[in-house]
Design a protein around this ligand. Structure first.
Ligand code: ZN
Length: 162
């Protein structure tokens, strides 16, 4: 287990690349997922995608306060509703902005052993799932941002970086 360095927007174009599907469910994948979780918790984030630590693999970790979720090769099966909320990103430090996201999503993925799983999320978890899955296709929340959230607006918000 180790803390990895988080790649920041503008400093490394790896954040703009498409991540590759994971085909080997081996010890290395487990180490990557463990390190990603450590790195996310250390940075006080609620989600982290592998490209954010410089690895172009389709893997994300999420914890919105309901326990750690590890998703390998995640895909959105369906989504419904619409909500606009403030988001941040560990790769875009010091900024937050509003983004339109679905209210509810269902995601198919694999776990670290390759077992097929499905996760359904509402509210913050739905936002987080969409945000992290976007990272796997080189998309950052700032691409979809409606407007920046100012410091004053931020004081009224309770969310964290993803
Ligand atoms: Zn992010």
């Amino acid at each position: 287990m180790a803390i990895r360095k988080i790649v920041e927007m503008g400093k490394d174009d790896i954040l703009r690349k498409h991540s590759r599907k994971v085909t080997k469910f081996d010890h290395r994948l487990g180490v990557l997922l463990d390190d990603m979780a450590d790195t996310m918790y250390e940075a006080d984030g609620v989600g982290l995608a592998a490209p954010q630590v410089g690895v172009l693999k389709r893997a994300v970790v999420i914890d919105v306060g309901e326990g750690l979720i590890e998703l390998v090769n995640p895909e959105i099966l369906w989504s419904e509703g619409e909500t606009i909320g403030a988001e941040g990103c560990l790769s875009v430090p010091g900024r937050r902005g509003t983004v339109k996201r679905p209210e509810k999503v269902r995601v198919h993925a694999q776990d670290r052993k390759g077992n097929h799983i499905e996760v359904e999320g509402e509210g913050l978890l739905a936002v987080c799932l969409c945000h992290e899955l976007d990272h796997l296709d080189g998309v950052l929340y700032v691409d979809k941002m409606i407007e920046d959230v100012t410091d004053q607006m931020q004081e009224e918000e309770e969310g964290k970086g993803e």
